[in-house]
Design a binder for this molecule. Sequence first.
Ligand code: ZN
Length: 278
Amino acid sequence: MRVANLNGRASLITAEGLAIDIEQASGGTLPHEPMRIFDHWAQVRNLAATVHGGVRFDSAELDAPSPAPRQIFGIGLNYRAHAVETGAPIPDTPLTFTKFVSAVNRPFGDITIDVPTVDWEIELVAVIGTGGRNIPESAAWAAVAGLCVGQDISDRLLQRATQPPQFSLGKSREGYAPFGPWLVDAASVTNRDALPLKCTLNGEVVQQSNSSDLIFTIPQLIAYLSGIVALYPGDVVFTGTPSGVGGARTPPQFLNQGDVLVSTIDGVGSITNHCVPA
Ligand code: ZN
């Protein structure tokens, strides 16, 4: 099952790539607001198993599948090769920061390039369904509504502007958190612990890895985070990026106006972001 935010309305995306409005298809028993759909995930699953048809749509009509989450978590250095390329030690605790919610962007939204050190990070993103505190690892996948593709866009200069560095603002400029294109029901993804990720910049592969290389898995991250803070329906977890980011290259490479960033996770989906002038 795939659930998208189509023009502000929660919609099923069929295998044929057509959209079905959830509120209309349910005869009004399910809400149209994307942020309310997480409380009805099981009923949406039932609906998805019975509906047919659908309408065509344009990818530009897709908004973030959780457009107003209460919390967005980012995990740093969560792939070994990426920790190595940045010169940092392999973490023994998840390196956690926030992307402030005003950074949320559409899956095909533009990224404004108005500073010289904007970098890319493809990430597998988990969106919380039921939430709560002290969720054990064994129950963590059941707490996830769906998976999607994200870009943890970063202003590297701002990210390291203070000593010690504090990542959150450098990863929260306007539009720095595109994710989507929809949520794939986590329960339906058979290889959810081993998903191939690929990011291309102007057609050239810059990142290619597999989520099986995560240092802290999604269940481990959910158990860790929920042991400290409450997780809420619709909360977003950017799980970390593999190696191949621009700032770690020799010489460093950053995003320029006119660049096109395509981020794909097999079995989940693909998002495209154009880099534009302010
Ligand atoms: Zn990241």
